[in-house]
Every structure is written in structure tokens, then in C-alpha cells.
Design a protein. Structure first.
Length: 682
């Protein structure tokens, strides 16, 4: 105030005291006006600043609610009405508390109502709830979501109960679905981990066991499914081969295949072991993974393969020659190399080591199998599970490399192939045509059985021979002694007839033995000559007719020609027909025995038909073998028909029998010969 007074001119003060007061009042009024103006400006600026801060705070709150997918609602307790302050979960006009209850899941509603009643009663100031909410308002199928609700009670000053409830709700549906998805993924991973065909285990960065799958527990003989005292208490870096090869301060990838002997766990295996460090995104070591596969059975094959690799390296300069030799050998042995690719599901067949001869899919390859097609088809649906070990099988198949429909036997050998990561990627092996070897084995088996049977028959033959020779000899000696005692000519003739028959029987027996001996030592000798077979046949039948002594059996001769000039061994033909008739006489008790012949297909067809007991169909082929007798009570050596067969085969002819049990048999033979002249009988 003194400042203003100092600037007033002294002259004015001297003139009048009233004017001085007026001036002073005027100055004071001006100062007050300026002060009020400045103060108003300051207040307006502060109001604007406060408004900007409030607006920014509101915008920030809106962004935060938007980012968190939040909803803000207000429950007016007096109106029992819920208003939507922010979000989308309620209609803009709001809903009543009854409608709100209908949208809360029935299983969650009791808990939610209890918490709200506690706040309305003033017992709680806030509550945090989790419940399911139906977002569908049109009466359609419910669309349930998961809400996280944080509710705060609103009070007026001096009141004990709230006037409303303010709730912030966050939709956690996607979060929970993500958690469930992650849980399912973890469960699938656990199943894969447990069912792996190789042993898997995980360790901490400092080498302590965390977990091991089923395969690893089986190989290591754990105490139980969840725990093992030995491996849980021993550090990974204190065991071999990790102790010698791993730097625990700088753990790198490691692979080894060695014998593992752990007496405490009764482990004595050859194992393929792979160590793999697992790092996080920043390169920090999190876990150590160990994969183990039992290769005990594959060790010998691996060692042999290793030796082969060394030998191949030493023979690099000769590889081309070896390839050619190998290809020649495989072609000579009808052998191929083959390999499979499980990813591409195909098979390649190779000549030698590198020349691909044929390639086909698994389905096409399986179609070549015959007896076990369905079994092989099922194996090739998942080859990674079935062909993890070497195998060797013999299979009947259709030809793969030859244009023929003949069924063959293939010997198939296979070993599994793995990539650098230890994953099974296919197989490699050999396929060889073993048909000739199988047939040779079967032939050898048949010949062995035949030789055994021949030995048995020879033993029977020797026993029968003693009996067969003794029988006519006893008759000859006995009846010779009786002959001196007979007085009448009729009795003597009868005894002489008996002696003659037994001598003839003994002679035939000895002739058969000599014929067989001759065939075994020098072969069967044939002496063909020019002859009129029609006359020779008549002479032959005169002798054969005398062998038919049974009055109930008629001997019938069928000679269709008066002249038949040809070139053959009549003696051998007579031997054949004699054996035919002799057998017919033994087995025919009534009816007839018919012998005959005819020209047929550039040769002579001869036959002997009887009405005897007949031969079963399954025995017809056996009667032409040596020492075979269908009836042990009938005299004979079992050599006659085998001699007939040898004669027919020596002449490049045929022999056989047509028979029916109970109705008789027809033995026949066909001998090729040149017909010079032929005259048929009228």
C-alpha cells in the first residue's frame, strides 16, 4: 500500500484530503479487480487440467477393461435391477435380478447367491466368485462361458448396509479352454512317453533322475512303477559311460553303444544310449534326456556288418569287380537284395548293391504272399512296430521277378535301418528263391522213406522167401517119399502132378529172384527179334491155360489177328503176361480170366482181365513196387509185377491196372513196336 502512496504526487495531497481518499479507493478497486481476474484464470486452468486428468483416467480404464475383456455391472439393491456399465455380457437396457439368476449355471447359483446376500446384509464388503454364465438371451441352446467376478459393495456415508453392488467380470472361457487343451496335450505326451518302443528318462541339469518311461523301467529293473532306490540315489555323471565322456559344465549331444553291467539291478545288456540336452529359449539347460534301446540281439549282426565295412574300405579299388561278381552270383542263385522305406511305404529290389531292378508299394508287395496274406498285410500296416529286430522267414509267394504263374518259396532275411536320430526308417535284407532246395528236400525225404520202406520190404521178403522156398521143397520131398509107397498108377500120377506143380512154382520163384538180381546188377537185357506175334500169342496161351485149374474159372483167349509181323522180345512179353495170369489165378475163384491184345497207337496193347477180389484205388500204384503183397496169405514174392513194370519201362512202354473191389481187375501194358504186316481174323 505504501508503494502506491509513494507514487501519488505530493501536489495532490496538498490540494484536498477528499480527493486523496477517492484516488486511494480507486486504486484499491483496480488492484482487487486485477487480483480477482488473475485468480479466476488460475482456477479455470486448474479445472481444465483436472478435466484432462479425469478424461485420461477414464480412457485408460476403458482400455484396461477392453484389454482384459472385462464387463462392469451395477446391481441396484432397491430396484433389484442390474445395469451394464461397460462390456457386452448384458443387454444395454440391463436386466432384473430374476433374469440374472436364470443365466447363472444351476450348479453355481447357490454359491453366488450366498455371497451376494452376505454383502447385501453388510457382513462382507467384497467377494470374488467363479461361475458359468449363459450368453444366450434369445431362448436358444445355452452358450456357457466361465466368468471371474470381483464384487464390491457401495455405501452412503453413515449407512450400515450398501445401496448397490459394483461387479467387474472377466470372461475366462478361452483361458480355461486353453488350460484344458494344454492338459490334454500333456496327457497325450505322457501316453506317448510311456508307450515308446525305446527307453526314455529325464534328468535334472545336475544329473538327478526325474522320470523314466515303462520301457526304461523294464530294462533297468526298477523296484516298482514309481520309484527305484538305486537309480534315484545315484547321479547320472557317476555312471558309465557318462562319467568318462560327459563334461557336466558343458553338456553336449552324446551317443554310445556298449555293454551295460549293473549287478545291483541285474542288468547285463548291450545298449544303444543317446544323451540329448534340452535348453530353454535363452539357451539355459533345463533337462537332460536319455534314450536307450536294447541291441543285445543285434550285436552279432552289427559286429559282422562292421567287419564287412572294414573289408569293403580295404577293397575300394576292386569294388567294380566285386559288384559284377555279386550280381552274377545273385542272378545264378535267383537272389535279390531289398530295402524298405517306411515313410514312403515302398520296397526296392536290387541286383548287386546299387542297381534297382524293381520298385513297388507295400500294398503291391503284400499281394504276392499266398498262404499268409492277411498276416503279412497286418504287419505292413505298422511296420515300425513289428520290424524292429532282425528276422528270417520262409514264405510261399507268387513270382516277383519272373513272368510265370508258378508258386515259389522265398527265403526272406531282414534287419532294421535307423537314421542319425535313432529313428526306425526302414529295413534291408535279402530275398532268395528256395523252391529247388525245398523240392530237393521233399524228394530226399520221399527217397529216404522209400529206402526205409524198401529195407523193411526186403526184410519181409527174406522172411517170406524162406517160407516160399521151403513150401514147394517140402511138398517135393514129401510127395517123392510117398511116391515109392503108392501101388496104383492113378495114385502115382496124382503125386507126380503135385510134385510137378511145386517144381514149377519153385522154378518161377527162382526165375523172379534171378530177374531182379539181373536188373540190379547189369540192367534188364532185351533181345528183340522178328516174329509173328499172332502165332506166338497162341502158343503162349496154351501154356497159360494150363495154369487155370479151378473148374469154376474159365480161361478166355482173344486173338484178333491171323498174322502180325513185328520186331520185339517175345520172351519178355511172355514173362509179363505169365505174371499177369499167375496173379489172376491167385485171386480169382470163379468167373473168368481173359487175355488178349490189339494194335494201338504204333504198338501192342496187351491185357489180362479177371473177376477176382479186385484192388482198392489207393493201392493200385503200389502193386508194381518190389516186395509188395496185398495179401500175405497168398503165395508169392511180391516181385512179379515189379519185373513187369521194369520190362515195360525198358521198352519205353506203359503199364497199369484198372480195378474195382469185388468186381475184378484188368492188368495191361503197352509196348511200342513197328508193325510190318497185319491180317485181321474174320
Amino acid at each position: 500500500m505504501n508503494i502506491f502512496l509513494n507514487i501519488i504526487p505530493q501536489a495532490l495531497i496538498a490540494d484536498s484530503g477528499v480527493e486523496l481518499v477517492s484516488v486511494i479507493v480507486a486504486i484499491i478497486a483496480i488492484i482487487l479487480f486485477v487480483f480477482i481476474l488473475i485468480w479466476n484464470r488460475l482456477i479455470l486452468r486448474r479445472i481444465h487440467q483436472t478435466s484432462d486428468v479425469a478424461k485420461n483416467a477414464y480412457d485408460m480404464m476403458q482400455q484396461a477393461l477392453k484389454i482384459n475383456s472385462s464387463n462392469v455391472i451395477y446391481y441396484d439393491i432397491a430396484r433389484k435391477y442390474i445395469d451394464l456399465l461397460y462390456g457386452h455380457m448384458l443387454p444395454e437396457e440391463g436386466i432384473t435380478d430374476e433374469v440374472w439368476k436364470e443365466h447363472v449355471h444351476p450348479e453355481d447359483l447357490p454359491t453366488v447367491l450366498y455371497e451376494m446376500r452376505e454383502m447385501i446384509a453388510g457382513k462382507k464388503k467384497s467377494a470374488e466368485l467363479h461361475y458359468r454364465w449363459n450368453y444366450e438371451y434369445a431362448g436358444k441352446r445355452p452358450r456357457w462361458g466361465y466368468l471371474h467376478n470381483v464384487t464390491v459393495a457401495e455405501y452412503l456415508p453413515g449407512m450400515l448396509r450398501p445401496i448397490g453392488l459394483v461387479s467387474t467380470l472377466v470372461d475366462e472361457t478361452k483361458i480355461l479352454e486353453k488350460q484344458e487343451e494344454e492338459s490334454d496335450f500333456a496327457e497325450r505326451y505322457k501316453q506317448t512317453f510311456e508307450q515308446s518302443v525305446i527307453g526314455l528318462s529325464f534328468y535334472t541339469p545336475d544329473g538327478w533322475l526325474i522320470d523314466a518311461n515303462k520301457k526304461m523301467r523294464e530294462m533297468c529293473n526298477f523296484d516298482n512303477e514309481n520309484y527305484d532306490g538305486f537309480f534315484s540315489e545315484i547321479n547320472l555323471f557317476d555312471t558309465s559311460p557318462f562319467r568318462e565322456n560327459i563334461d557336466k559344465n558343458n553338456i553336449q549331444e552324446f551317443w554310445a553303444c556298449s555293454r551295460s553291467d549293473i549287478p545291483e539291478r541285474d542288468m547285463h545288456l548291450y545298449l544303444e544310449i543317446r544323451l540329448h540336452p534340452i535348453h530353454d529359449g535363452e539357451g539355459k539347460l533345463q533337462y537332460i534326456a536319455i534314450a536307450t534301446r536294447d541291441v543285445t540281439e543285434e550285436r552279432e549282426l552289427y559286429l559282422q556288418s562292421k567287419l564287412n565295412d572294414i573289408q569293403i574300405q580295404k577293397a575300394n579299388k576292386e569294388i567294380q569287380r566285386y559288384e559284377m561278381e555279386l550280381q552274377y552270383m545273385m542272378e545264378s542263385c535267383d537272389m535279390r537284395a531289398w530295402r524298405t522305406n517306411y515313410k514312403e511305404r515302398k520296397v526296392q529290389f536290387l541286383k548287386g548293391l546299387s542297381t534297382i531292378e524293381k520298385e513297388m508299394s507295400f500294398d503291391e508287395y503284400v499281394s504276392y504272399f499266398i498262404d499268409d496274406y492277411e498276416e503279412v498285410r497286418d504287419l505292413f500296416k505298422a511296420p515300425e512296430q513289428h520290424f524292429t529286430k532282425p528276422l528270417s522267414v520262409l514264405r510261399k509267394m507268387r513270382p516277383i521277378f519272373h513272368e510265370t504263374e508258378e508258386v515259389i518259396w522265398n527265403q526272406i532275411n531282414s534287419v532294421p535301418m535307423y537314421n542319425e536320430q535313432g529313428e526306425l526308417i526302414g529295413g534291408f535284407g535279402l530275398i532268395r528263391n528256395m523252391t529247388k532246395f525245398i523240392e530237393a528236400q521233399e524228394s530226399l525225404k520221399r527217397e529216404t522213406q522209400r529206402a526205409n520202406e524198401s529195407g523193411r520190404l526186403k526184410s519181409v521178403f527174406l522172411a517170406n522167401m524162406t517160407h516160399e522156398i521151403r513150401t514147394p521143397l517140402n511138398a517135393i520131398v514129401g510127395f517123392s517119399d510117398l511116391l515109392q509107397m503108392m501101388t496104383t498108377q492113378e495114385e502115382k500120377r496124382e503125386l507126380i502132378h503135385v510134385i510137378h506143380n511145386n517144381c514149377d512154382m519153385l522154378l518161377r520163384l527162382i526165375n523172379d529172384i534171378m530177374a531182379v538180381s539181373s536188373m540190379d546188377s547189369n540192367g534188364l537185357i532185351m533181345k528183340p527179334v522178328d516174329t509173328d506175334f499172332s502165332k506166338a500169342f497162341d502158343e503162349m496161351c496154351q501154356t497159360l491155360a494150363q495154369r487155370v485149374e479151378n473148374p469154376n474159372v474159365e480161361f478166355i483167349k482173344e486173338n484178333p489177328y491171323t498174322t502180325l509181323l513185328t520186331h520185339l522180345d517175345v520172351g519178355r512179353i511172355t514173362q509179363v503176361m505169365t505174371n499177369f495170369v499167375t496173379n489172376a489165378v491167385k485171386y480169382t475163384q470163379q468167373g473168368h480170366i481173359r487175355v488178349g491184345y490189339r494194335v494201338e497207337e504204333d504198338g501192342l496193347y496187351m491185357y489180362c482181365e479177371d473177376t477176382g477180389t479186385g484192388i482198392p484205388k489207393d493201392q493200385c500204384a503200389k502193386v508194381f513196387e518190389r516186395f509188395v503183397k496185398l495179401n500175405d496169405y497168398v503165395q508169392g514174392t511180391g516181385l512179379g509185377l515189379s519185373i513187369c513194370k521194369a520190362i515195360a519201362e525198358r521198352c519205353n512202354g506203359k503199364i497199369g491196372v484198372d480195378s474195382e473191389v469185388g468186381r475184378g481187375s484188368t492188368f495191361w501194358t503197352w509196348i511200342p513196336c513197328k508193325i510190318d504186316k497185319l491180317e485181321e481174323r474174320n
